[in-house]
Ligand binder design. Structure first.
Ligand SMILES: NC(=O)c1ccc[n+]([C@@H]2O[C@H](COP(=O)([O-])OP(=O)(O)OC[C@H]3O[C@@H](n4cnc5c(N)ncnc54)[C@H](O)[C@@H]3O)[C@@H](O)[C@H]2O)c1
Length: 259
């Protein structure tokens, strides 16, 4: 208990899945958490759960693709807590396509907007605030798909590879500036969340032909699916001062998938 005691955290896409587990875990370990998402009912339910169990959390509607909403969220966190120590840039979507030639430009740009613009804007607006309190930890959610190519998820894979090198580059900038901010990327393997149910290879027919369990069986040694908590445990380590010498690192949590 108390591994991030009294730190202030912002978790994007915190209404469900990995983001929810991160928000609950950071709150359990003493952080005050601003949970943000576009799914307001689920996001508010997460906050109620945290507050009912003795933690401290708030919810804010926040589309990570919208620059102005980042400015509002930063204003809210400063008004409520007067500081920011931790940013978990978790919000993400995965748009599948049978092949790159069958992907629309609109889908390609939407994929990029959520997964990369969102991470860029998060760092752009949170770093100056973290500098004010002498440092912080930024955790950007990438994927094993950011380490290797993924058929049917080419654009998703591109964004996650982008998150990986954006994180490393900003980590170097922060280290060279001596501003006390660490930046790392997290690379989950096959995790049991709703993101898989939303991947439609053939959306016109409503058919979801991405077989998560089949992929896990084929690719993960031991055929083991991960849980959101498995990822939140890694995020907690990067958020806590236990990882104070870790920056610019890719934290792979995949049960050997990429091994
Ligand atoms: N589940 C996996 O197997 C897996 C593997 C590797 C990486 N990831 C990454 O982990 C992160 C979380 O994914 P998850 O599996 O929990 O998915 P999820 O679909 O369960 O949750 C994603 C959350 O992000 C929110 N979101 C989507 N678009 C948003 C936007 N524009 N602004 C704000 N919030 C938005 C959703 O409302 C949702 O609450 C994503 O970045 C994903 O790419 C997941």
């Amino acid at each position: 208990m108390g591994r991030v005691q009294d730190k202030v955290a912002l978790v994007t896409g915190g209404a469900m899945g990995i983001g929810k587990a991160c928000a609950m875990t950071l709150a359990r370990e003493g952080a005050r958490v601003l949970v943000t998402d576009v799914q307001d009912a689920d996001g508010k339910a997460v906050v109620e759960e945290i507050n009912a169990s003795g933690g401290e959390a708030r919810y804010s509607h926040h589309d990570v693709t919208q620059e102005q909403q980042w400015q509002s969220v930063i204003a809210e966190v400063l008004a409520a807590y007067d500081r920011l120590d931790l940013l978990v840039n978790n919000a993400g979507i995965a748009i599948a396509a049978a092949s790159i030639t069958e992907m629309s430009l609109e889908d390609f740009q939407r994929q990029n907007a959520v997964n990369l613009d969102g991470v860029f804007l998060g760092m752009k607006y949170c770093i100056p605030v973290m500098v004010e309190n002498g440092g912080g930890s930024i955790i950007n959610m990438s994927s094993v798909a950011g380490l290797k190519g993924s058929a049917n998820l080419a654009a998703y894979s591109m964004t996650k590879g982008g998150v990986r090198l954006l994180s490393k580059s900003v980590a170097i900038e922060c280290a060279q500036a001596g501003n006390g901010i660490r930046v790392n990327s997290v690379h989950p393997g096959i995790i049991d969340t709703a993101i898989w149910d939303k991947m439609m290879l053939n959306p016109d027919s409503g058919a979801n032909t991405v077989d998560r369990d089949g992929i896990a069986m084929a690719m993960v040694p031991g055929a083991k699916l991960g849980s959101p908590q498995d990822i939140a445990n890694g995020v907690l380590h990067l958020a806590s001062d236990d990882s104070s010498y870790m920056t610019g690192m890719e934290f792979v949590i995949d049960h050997g998938l990429t091994a």
